[in-house]
Design a protein. Structure first.
Length: 115
């Protein structure tokens, strides 16, 4: 199983950024995919989840209405579109899949929102 996140970046407040999570080594459409984030000094938190068939999504209250998680089945990619970014969104973002009872994580990608 391999999970790789795209590169994040430094953006200004109010800007948008799209993260991608590429997965391989398991049947992509048979697993829910999650995005987590961890800010400095804070615990890792669930940001968004998309079900294996893409029919349902769940978001943290802090990002509802601003973030959108989606799947690109043909490419085994899950994207996280982040709009109206705020300084409090600054964190390392991780993609996650639970495969056979084991949690697999990407390497994480830094997102920094600052003026």
């Amino acid at each position: 199983v391999r999970i790789v996140e795209s590169v994040g970046g430094l953006v200004q407040p109010g800007a948008s950024l799209r993260l991608s999570c590429a997965a391989s080594g398991f049947t992509f459409t048979s697993h829910h995919i999650k995005w987590y984030r961890q800010a400095v000094g804070k615990e890792r938190e669930l940001v968004a989840l998309i079900t294996k068939d893409g029919s349902n999504t769940t978001y943290a209250e802090s990002v509802k209405g601003r973030f959108t998680i989606s799947r690109e089945e043909s490419n085994d990619i899950v994207s996280l579109q982040m709009n109206d970014l705020k300084p409090e969104d600054s964190a390392v973002y991780y993609c996650n899949a639970n495969v056979g009872g084991i949690n697999y994580w990407g390497q994480g990608t830094q997102v920094t929102v600052a003026s």
